[in-house]
Design a protein. Structure first.
Length: 565
């Protein structure tokens, strides 16, 4: 029998461990990985599993307004590391701005949308937006969708019309020349877009970034624009999911020179908030601003919090880096380090808690568990009350993979909802109504690695690994040397083996589900000794598609995607 003293002591030690973890920032001062610069002017960044092997890859758009260059992909080696030079590059070149990743045509493969800031002749020639569709694990060499010509620096994917697929929002305008234009949304029609947008703002402005988020918490996604010289704007969706072309909110500062934005739920109360980085190249104060929408969305407001001034602000992201349940602020700038300001109950602290030792032209910052060393599985249950809604936000911020969705007790087909990698919202094809129950099982991580693109062509892109490793991992050459699990072959015609290693005697469970969350195979392997193990499977009778395979061994949970051709 355990004594009361033993229980108290155990709990006390656990509290100390959790407290220590909550106070630490897990990133080293210098990056663990830097790509070969190769003259790349890296701008747009996406972290997504392009080849469906279960590991996030790096998608980078090069060019900016400096030189016409390629879109490139660095494939994950299968242990969280990457080659120094890209594995794939597009056949075309452009002045690429920022990009967005997501399964646009709902075929199970991640596609890439990219803004082209300026045209082939430079600033006197407008750019466009284009989409590279994924063709079974590799992006097409030239984009099969291109819009009409206009200036656009950034784009975002989200469900603008609440029909369960991804629409494409873009910025409009060229602020250096004070060439203002409308914000735009291209509506997804059966997996593709029209040459011209179906939604445009009523105002012209000089926007540089755009994103979707449910700012007013009515269950539908709104669209947010940050701007240079002109105000920042929010366009709200009504109770039917229709986004107004007139802004509901604009920033109230006297001068506005904003580069990038990020939406999230702030503080202990999880109120909607937007952070925006100021860039004082053309004017302004060069600070990060936080706009607070805890009490709704007013017609105008000024920032509730600002960072210390730092100059040419650029990339920004929100992430709970110290695992205390509060979102922290990560931001960078041109020829500047990366800074982290920790979150508190109301927003952010006043002082900087982390500064990298680097000085680079930070353009984009993204977070994902690239080496999958912190993956956990969670189930969120939603009981719908009140008015119809389309969007649900998961409790955990860093969502890595959706494993299954149960809608009123039945598995929900993948064609009935959509999402964006590394975001924690899902949007449903049919509105969720009062009395509906939705149960979502998903992977999340408290161990996100930080990736940064640099448009300084003399420097590469950076990865700062969470809990930095003392030695560099090597790519797998022999599947029996898997740290936990490797599937071979993958893709497969149906037959494959699962190779895994146990460090001690464990009870092992393996289950396989289809893309809709329906279990197609489950096995309990009882207690197995430490060492290497191999289990063979055959999914030939299940048909072609993408399947999720989950291995549970004690406290270890590993998930992989299996592609049946």
């Amino acid at each position: 029998m355990k004594s009361k003293y033993f229980n108290f002591a155990t709990c006390f030690i656990l509290i100390l461990q959790l407290t220590g973890r909550a106070q630490s920032i897990p990133y080293p001062p210098s990056p663990d990985w830097e790509s070969t610069p190769s003259g790349h002017i890296a701008t747009g960044l996406g972290l997504a599993d392009i080849n469906n092997d279960g590991w996030k890859d790096l998608v980078v758009a090069n060019g900016n307004d400096i030189q016409r260059q390629h879109l490139v992909v660095y494939y994950n080696n299968g242990v969280g590391t990457f080659p120094l030079t890209p594995d794939w590059q597009s056949d075309d070149i452009d002045y690429h701005g920022h990009l967005a990743v997501g399964d646009i045509n709902l075929d199970g493969w991640i596609d890439v949308a990219v803004s082209v800031y300026i045209g082939e002749s430079g600033f006197n020639d407008p750019g466009k937006v284009k989409v590279y569709y994924n063709q079974g694990g590799e992006l097409e060499g030239t984009p099969s969708f291109e819009s009409y010509e206009y200036y656009t620096f950034s784009c975002a994917l989200g469900d603008a019309d609440g029909d369960g697929d991804l629409d494409l929002a873009t910025t409009g305008g060229e602020p250096y020349g004070s060439l203002y234009d409308q914000g735009k949304i291209f509506i997804n029609r059966n997996g593709t877009f029209s040459e011209y947008p179906e939604w445009t703002t009523s105002l012209d402005f000089g926007s540089l970034d755009v994103d979707f988020g449910d700012v007013d918490q009515n269950g539908f996604l709104d669209v947010i624009f940050s701007s240079e010289e002109t105000p920042n704007y929010i366009y709200l969706a009504d109770e039917n999911g229709n986004i107004s072309t007139n802004p509901a909110w604009q920033s109230g500062e006297a001068s506005n020179f904003i580069n990038s934005l990020e939406f999230g739920f702030m503080g202990s109360e999880k109120y909607p908030g937007i952070v925006m980085t100021g860039n004082n190249q053309l004017g302004g104060d060069g600070k990060v601003r936080l706009y607070d929408f805890a009490s709704g969305v007013p017609s105008s407001s000024t920032a509730s919090w600002t960072s210390p001034p730092f100059g040419y602000g650029s990339g920004v992201i929100l992430s709970d880096v110290n695992v205390d349940g509060l979102l922290d602020l990560i931001y960078g700038g041109w020829w500047l380090p990366v800074n982290i300001i920790l979150g508190n109950n109301t927003g952010f602290e006043t002082s900087i808690s982390y500064t990298s030792s680097t000085s680079s032209v930070v353009e984009a910052i993204q977070i994902a568990d690239l080496d999958r060393d912190g993956i956990e599985i969670k189930t969120d249950t939603f009981n719908i009350e009140g008015s119809d809604i389309s969007v649900l936000y998961l409790e955990k911020q860093l969502v890595e993979n959706i494993l299954s969705i149960q809608f009123n007790g039945k598995a929900l087909s993948r064609s009935f909802y959509t999402l964006v990698p590394n975001k924690n919202w899902l949007s449903f094809k049919d509105n969720l109504k009062q009395g509906d129950e939705v149960i979502i099982e998903y992977e999340f991580s408290n161990d996100g690695d930080m990736v940064i693109t640099n448009w300084d062509s003399s420097k590469g892109n950076y990865i700062f690994y969470n809990s930095p490793q003392t030695s560099v991992k090597e790519p797998l050459n022999n599947p029996t040397e898997a740290p936990v699990m490797v599937i071979v072959p993958n893709p497969t015609s149906g037959k494959f083996s699962v190779n895994y290693r146990l460090n001690q005697r464990e009870f092992v469970e393996i289950r396989i589900s289809d893309i809709n969350g329906k279990h197609v195979y489950r096995t309990f392997l009882d207690w197995q000794i430490a060492g290497l193990h191999l289990v063979e499977f055959d999914l030939s009778d299940q048909g072609r598609g993408v399947y999720n395979l989950i291995l549970k061994a004690g406290k270890i949970i590993e998930t992989r995607k299996v592609v049946v051709k």
